[in-house]
Design a protein around this ligand. Structure first.
Ligand code: MSP
Length: 504
């Protein structure tokens, strides 16, 4: 059986249409997913939406709709955006899925049975935009540091998960590497917070109606974050059940179901949870503690990337600088948006993006860099009537070729793979970009247009070398720019050039 690779994005709040921040994480997950798939692993790539809680209920009310109808109206907007960006997810999860609702209730009961749930009175400052209680020392001028709004005083009787019991166990697990928190600086931050002491967390809400009913207490609703985190677990159960059914059915109908059996059905635990730093706390502390309480295996890796600003400012509706991923795709194409977002700054750090920055990358590295290299190489091969069939690289089908053997890129391939596995996407792309620059320079240095007059053998050698280099670049860029990689492969085979990145 193939190795399995289970990767998740956060499930995004469905209070509005998706923006480029959501796209950023989802693109990164898609790149990893395509990369591991190309290595022959069975990838389960989960994304979806977070539909319950006060935040969604408020947005629905504003829109004059019932929460479920409101969420239904927005789901296609997310799916459309992901389709436009060529996101190849395995499962689009909705927390209103009744099977999920039942699983969440069952797990809460199990936590209760195991003695990890208690009912207590609680008062605190609640930020609905964050869907969490804030500590007084977190506030900036009395407001939420992320949303700039005043939190509300909430005083209610809730059920609590006894998180305070898990501090030592969590620290030990993190230090032993049972689950990794990355980047390293985030891990230290989390360990520091645990050291300062963990408080129990409320897992129910008294006055929020839009949510999963708390089992055996009609007056309470399950806290949206607990509901949301459990999506990672219930999605695997739902997937497993659906596929077992598929296998049973196909078993009785046809004999040929071998491909289905090759698929891993038991995908738990996740190999990596991806998110930004804003919600690391939930993923690196609360979620692993819940899993420990339930005796379930922990995720292997939790990676928190940075937050970006747009044109130097925090993205917000009031500033009017929210970037719509669909509009970006319309303008630059999916591949260029995927490339530019991950190329701009290190994945684990904060950074800045803007339409101008995407345009600049498009122009310099994609249009003038890769696009031009392919175009001029194919044109010269045609013009000088170079016969590539006699060259070793092209007599042998791609899958039988030693990757990189022809252009000396084997070492380069290993480096790029390692960078992708470490989520250093900007560096992996830098590496690819410099490979492209080198080939363009190689052409400049060897001047095929002059060789055409003096040395036919050398001319054929030079152009074959560049062609081989491009053959190697196609799979390198494939996880980042799948469409471009396909176009390249086709053009390199047919030798019919057509612009990869036309001028805008
Ligand atoms: N619903 C919760 C997540 C539950 S997961 C069990 C939630 N949703 S959210 O819609 O607010 O999404 C937050 C996530 O969106 C971030 O963690 C990040 O993945 C992405 N981003 C939103 N804005 C972003 C930026 N400005 N920059 C980078 N990532 C951004 O929290």
């Amino acid at each position: 059986m193939n190795k399995k690779f289970y990767i998740t994005t956060p499930i995004y709040y469905i209070n509005d249409v998706p923006h480029v921040g959501h796209a950023y994480t989802t693109i990164a997950a898609d790149v990893l997913s395509r990369y591991y798939q190309s290595k022959g692993e069975d990838v389960f790539f989960l994304t979806g939406v977070d539909e319950h809680g006060a935040k969604i209920a408020e947005a629905a009310k504003k829109a004059g709709l019932e929460p479920k109808a409101f969420a239904d109206s927005l789901v296609p907007r997310f799916q459309e955006a992901w389709k436009n960006l060529n996101i190849n997810y395995s499962e689009f999860f909705r927390t209103t899925n009744p099977i999920h609702e039942k699983i969440v209730q069952d797990l809460i009961l199990e936590l209760k049975d195991k003695g990890f749930v208690e009912k207590k009175k609680y008062s605190g400052l609640y930020c609905t935009a964050c869907e969490k209680f804030l500590q007084p020392d977190e506030l900036v001028d009395g407001c939420c540091p992320d949303h700039g709004t005043k939190p509300e005083e909430h005083s209610e009787e809730n059920y609590f998960f006894l998180l305070s019991k898990f501090g030592d166990k969590l620290s030990r697990a993190i230090e032993a590497g049972d689950y990794e928190i990355l980047p390293e600086s985030r891990k230290n931050e989390v360990l520091g917070k645990i050291k300062n002491g963990l408080e129990d967390v409320s897992i129910s809400r008294e006055k929020v109606e839009w949510g999963i009913p708390f089992p055996s207490d009609e007056n309470q609703t399950i806290y949206v974050w607990i509901d949301a985190l459990i999506n990672y677990w219930s999605a695997t159960k739902i997937y497993q059940t659906n596929n077992e059914k598929l296998i049973t059915n196909s078993n009785s109908e046809t004999a040929d179901n071998s491909s289905l059996f090759a698929v891993n059905l038991d995908v738990w635990p996740p190999n990596i949870h991806l998110m930004a730093k804003d919600i690391l706390w939930f993923h690196a502390i609360i979620w692993p503690a819940m899993l420990m309480a339930l005796d379930l295996p922990l995720p292997k890796k939790v990676f928190a990337h940075g937050f970006f600003t747009v044109g130097g400012q925090k993205m917000s509706k009031t500033r009017g600088n929210v970037l719509d991923p669909n509009a970006l795709v319309e303008k630059f194409g999916a591949d260029a948006v995927r490339y530019a977002l991950l190329r701009e700054f290190p994945f684990g750090e904060d950074g800045d993006i803007s339409e101008e920055k995407i345009a600049a990358r498009y122009q310099s590295e994609l249009s003038n860099g890769l696009g031009n290299l392919l175009q001029r190489t194919l044109s010269m091969i045609n013009k000088y009537e170079i016969d590539l069939s006699s060259r070793t690289c092209f007599g042998i089908p791609e899958e039988k070729r030693d990757s990189g053997s022809e252009s000396g890129m084997t070492e380069n391939n290993d480096k790029i793979s390692k960078l992708i596995e470490e989520l250093k996407f900007d560096q992996a792309l830098q590496e690819i970009a410099s490979g492209i620059t080198k080939l363009n320079q190689y052409i400049e240095e060897n001047k095929p247009w002059e060789l055409a007059k003096t040395d036919q053998a050398k001319l054929a050698e030079v152009l074959s070398h560049v062609h081989a280099g491009l053959v190697d670049i196609a799979p390198q860029i494939a996880p980042f720019m799948p469409e471009t990689a396909d176009k390249m492969k086709k053009q390199l085979e047919t030798l019919v050039p057509s612009p990869l990145f036309p001028r805008i």
